[in-house]
Design a protein around this ligand. Structure first.
Ligand code: GAR
Length: 196
């Protein structure tokens, strides 16, 4: 079994897509990690009996800190961490523990429209204002700089007929829901080869 932990902060549609569109014989979602107690992702995990871990860098009752989370995830042990709309910056020491085992989905074609503050609708607003003809989704490794790690896969989509950031978001989300499960499957099949 290929064990994954999904991290999410919001409605969790990418989490749901990974759950529904990856092979249950090969891939097990062992944990849903969130920084938000009452969000769609947590609700979906509970409904599907996926263990939930809440994490915070502050001392918050009911939340693990990142050191405690490392211990929990190593105990499983987790093969891949998938950030699917997890909007907090992850501490450097956590990233060191899971080197090249953390991936993120970003709702634009990196390296454009990435970096601090570029999440959710902000990304689509920037794309809309730039008058770009295409947008898309990127899955990349996570390093210590926002949206900066090596790119694993991208998928693009024509947006010339769209008239608002919200319309772009909707079209890109459909692409995200295909791209992320595809990449997770590729990892489980050991098809992602890292060379320098
Ligand atoms: C997704 O569009 C994801 O790409 C984005 O947040 C949304 C989460 O939606 N992530 C970022 O912007 C990270 N920089 P979801 O909760 O429905 O999966």
């Amino acid at each position: 079994m290929f064990n994954i932990a999904v991290f999410a902060s919001g409605r969790g549609s990418n989490f749901k897509s990974v759950f529904e569109n990856t092979s249950k014989e090969k891939i097990r979602i062992c944990a849903l990690v969130s920084d938000i107690k009452d969000c769609g992702a947590v609700e979906f995990a509970i409904q599907n009996e996926i263990p939930v871990f809440l994490v915070s860098s502050k001392n918050q009752t009911g939340f693990l800190n990142y050191q405690e989370l490392i211990l929990q995830l190593k105990k499983i042990p987790v093969d891949l961490i998938v950030l699917a709309g997890f909007l907090k910056m992850i501490p450097g020491f956590f990233i060191d523990e899971f080197e090249e085992k953390i991936i993120n989905i970003h709702p634009a074609l990196l390296p454009d429209f990435g970096g601090k503050g570029m999440y959710g609708i902000n990304v689509h607003k920037a794309v809309f204002e730039s008058a770009a003809k295409v947008s898309g989704a990127t899955v990349h490794f996570v390093d210590k700089i926002y949206d900066h790690g090596k790119i694993i896969a991208q998928k693009s989509v024509d947006i010339t007929d769209l008239n608002s950031p919200e319309e772009i978001a909707e079209r890109v989300l459909k692409i995200e829901h295909e791209l992320l499960p595809f990449v997770v499957e590729e990892f489980a099949d050991q098809k992602i080869i890292i060379n320098n």
